[in-house]
Ligand binder design. Structure first.
Ligand code: FES
Ligand SMILES: [Fe+2]
Length: 401
């Protein structure tokens, strides 16, 4: 398989400036949002070698159902076999290398290459390759589809293009913070795709702070004021925290009302008053509400372009209610998403300027710093993991809590 030799494109000085404590640190150098060389490095060194969420188990629920995923420029197909096992394969024919499936999702009995019609079983085995019987040193058994690693957690499907250790190692202590939400039981009610003219890290940074909320999201800020919350200490490649609902709101929706949707089973009284937000390295965003879960998958397309898939997951019992209608939650977040994409695109455009030098973090952006530390540690390639300490004093500064 193609492997390039990789060298970090970011200087030790730039990395060191981010790695200082948040009240002394500088933001990432602008190059990391624009330079195709940096983008290529991140794709190969990070996205190809990490577990990347590509969808939900329900996307290939029955034998033969499949969906195509793109990770680090690789086209992969995730398919459920006759034995009910989910597998991931490179969507590449072993003959002359044509892509095999061309529809983004569907159901099939076996794979058939559109070029010379070689066929493969759902478990990847080569079944038929015309006029190859008399070939010398050609073993059909050795010409099945190349597989990629696949693992699932809470209904999410993760793939790894290159060996990436165990998925649970990458998740570290995140599962214990979200287990009670039972995300594995939830099902998708809605999905919206966006194309954002911004680097994937711009989007993750934007998600990690509510410093911008009073001005950019007046609707959101009415339900969860930007200075009511806490960030969590993490033991792995994730950053997260929660925000507190005002007393007259019980979820994030167009009017703050959950419209008869009961809370998710297993939540604590505290959970009913909070929205939890998590960024899981590198590109899965989890927003846990009392009555639903919203996810964003940020797929880098180019240095300055990303595809974002936003999904709304609900409990199946709630979805079965005769008057179930997720529009209030979907419309609220669709508006919020678009408000965010606007400022992300403004930042993307502005950081191209020769006049821009990395700015400073406000103390309301310590979770942005937490995300950037994950980035900087990986550019550094020195094996050091910089610890993130939430700055709870910032909340006291903003208001007495
Ligand atoms: S390239 Fe697939 S059968 Fe020839
Ligand atoms: Fe926002």
């Amino acid at each position: 398989m193609f492997m390039s030799t990789l060298r970090s494109p970011i200087s030790a000085d730039d990395v060191a400036a981010v790695r200082r404590p948040v009240d002394r640190a500088s933001l990432l150098p602008a190059r990391v949002f624009h330079d195709p060389e940096v983008f290529a490095y991140e794709q190969q060194a990070w996205f190809a070698r990490s577990w990347i969420c590509v969808g939900r188990e329900e996307d290939a629920a029955a034998p033969g159902e499949y969906f195509v995923a793109s990770v680090a420029s690789e086209s992969l197909v995730v398919v459920r076999g006759r034995d009910d096992v989910l597998r991931a394969f490179h969507n590449v024919c072993r003959h002359r290398g044509s892509l095999i499936v061309t529809e983004p999702q569907g159901r099939l009995v076996r794979f058939q290459c559109p070029y010379h019609a070689w066929t493969y079983e759902l478990d990847g085995a080569l079944r038929r390759a015309g006029h190859t019987d008399a070939l010398v040193d050609f073993e059909p058994d050795e010409n099945g589809l190349h597989s990629a690693s696949l693992a699932t957690w809470q209904g999410f499907v993760f793939v790894a293009v290159e060996p990436a250790g165990a998925l649970m190692e990458q998740l570290a202590d995140l599962p214990q913070h979200v287990e009670r939400f039972g995300i594995g039981e939830l099902r998708r009610a809605r999905s919206i795709e966006y194309e954002v003219h911004a680097n994937w890290k711009v989007i993750a940074e934007n998600y990690s702070e509510c410093y911008h909320c009073p001005g950019v999201h007046p609707q959101l800020n009415r339900l969860t004021p930007y200075d009511h919350g806490r960030n969590l200490e993490s033991d792995g490649p994730w950053a997260g925290g929660w925000m507190e609902l005002t007393s007259d709101a019980d979820t994030m929706s167009t009017d703050g009302d959950s419209h008869g949707r009961p809370p998710l089973p297993g939540l604590t009284q505290e959970d009913l008053r909070r929205i939890h937000y998590f960024v899981l390295w590198p590109n899965l965003l989890l927003s846990l509400h009392p009555d639903y879960v919203m996810t964003h998958r940020v797929e880098p397309i180019a240095a300055d372009r990303s595809r974002v898939v936003c999904e709304w997951l609900f409990h199946p019992d709630t979805m079965a209610l005769p008057d179930f209608d997720p529009s209030d939650a979907v419309d609220f977040w669709d508006l919020t998403n678009r408000q965010d994409w606007n400022v992300c695109e403004l930042q993307q455009a502005g950081t191209r300027s020769r006049a821009y030098v990395p700015g400073r973090y406000s103390l309301m952006e310590d979770m942005v710093h937490a995300f950037d530390l994950m980035v900087a540690d990986r550019y550094a390639e020195d094996g050091v993991v910089t610890r993130f300490r939430p700055r709870h004093d910032k909340w006291r500064e903003a208001r007495s809590v």
